[in-house]
Write a protein that binds this ligand. Structure first.
Ligand code: MLT
Length: 316
């Protein structure tokens, strides 16, 4: 039985180095086989995961030697952090390393939907030359509402500012006198007011009990008619059926979502709508971000297993 379990697709030079220095069991589909995963962790001291491996109390009970769980990403919604900490298992993650990649994808979605880039591309590749069918709008002068004004939300706002967008934001936890709020001239508002004021709403909240279905029928109704909704956070934050209804009724002009209520999603639904862009949870997947993420978690696993101090520990 191996010392380190890697249960999803996590690769790079730091992983290669870890594999040459430790006994590593690397299987990118292990997350999907409960029995094999339980067996694999039974003697392991470390497990490295992305967002698909469910690290819950039941699994931890089967892993008496576990010292460290390393999450190759920012969200910890698939790790029972309380159960881990109560067993003295260190939880490491990569809270900053992929933020820029996610923020750039959100900007890409906005530009794409403003100018119908994907629709025009598909139409032109079918042999057409329909210039007047694809008259878009400019981001400049429009209002962006950022829901969740943490690291990624702030990066999106900074980039939107460079496009001369007006900014408002909702964040339950961020003090309104945080310097970035003043620096970017962001109006901090209650959620319903952000939704009512914005031409584009971009969601950047973590998945927690109080953010599950944060966006439902009521919130989509509160959005401006003709507004655009973007989600690069977590699929479960959105009631997908409510989003489909808001798009089919054309209350919302368009939406883009990188994340889904279940991943991979069932066919149909959002993916069948012409005014929706869907991508397969690739927000964090830039080469640069993945290098940073894999370096960080591999270094931390190495640190814990050799008695050194890890750098990115979840503190609760
Ligand atoms: C994250 O939480 O960092 C992203 O969703 C990326 C991922 O899960 O791989």
């Amino acid at each position: 039985m191996a010392d380190i379990i890697v249960s999803e697709n996590i690769q790079g030079p730091s992983m290669d180095a870890l594999m040459s220095d430790f006994d590593v069991h690397w299987n990118d589909s292990l997350w999907n086989d409960g029995e094999a995963l339980t067996q694999a962790v039974s003697e392991a001291r470390a497990i490295i995961v992305r967002n698909q491996t469910q690290i819950n109390e039941a699994l931890l009970t089967q892993a008496p030697n576990l010292k460290v769980i390393a999450r190759a990403g920012a969200g910890l919604d698939n790790v029972d952090t309380q159960a881990a900490m109560s067993r003295n298992v260190t939880v490491c993650y990569a809270p900053r390393e992929n933020s820029l990649a996610v923020a750039e994808l959100a900007m890409g979605f906005m530009l794409n939907l403003a100018r119908f880039i994907t629709l025009a591309n598909n139409d032109t590749k079918e042999g057409n030359w329909n210039r007047s069918q694809f008259v878009g709008t400019e981001l400049s002068g429009k209002t962006l509402g950022v829901v969740g004004f943490g690291r990624i939300g702030q990066m999106v706002a900074r980039r939107a500012k460079a496009f001369d967008m007006k900014l408002c934001a909702f964040d339950k936890y961020l003090p309104h006198d945080t310097p970035v709020v003043h620096e970017l001239d962001v109006e901090m508002l209650p959620l319903d007011e952000v939704l009512a004021a914005s031409d584009y709403v971009s969601c950047h909240v973590p998945l927690m009990p109080d953010t599950r279905h944060l966006f439902g029928v009521e919130q989509f109704n509160q959005m401006k008619s003709g507004a655009v909704f973007i989600n690069t956070s977590r699929g479960e934050v959105v009631d997908e059926m409510a989003l489909v209804d808001a798009l089919v009724s054309e209350h919302l002009r368009a939406a883009a979502t990188d994340v889904r209520e279940s991943e991979p999603p069932k066919p149909g639904g959002l993916a069948d709508l012409e005014n929706v862009l869907v991508t397969p949870h690739i927000g964090a997947f830039s080469e640069e971000a993945q290098c940073r993420v894999v370096d960080t978690v591999c270094a931390d696993v190495r640190a814990v297993l050799t008695g050194a101090s890890p750098s990115s520990v979840f503190a609760g």
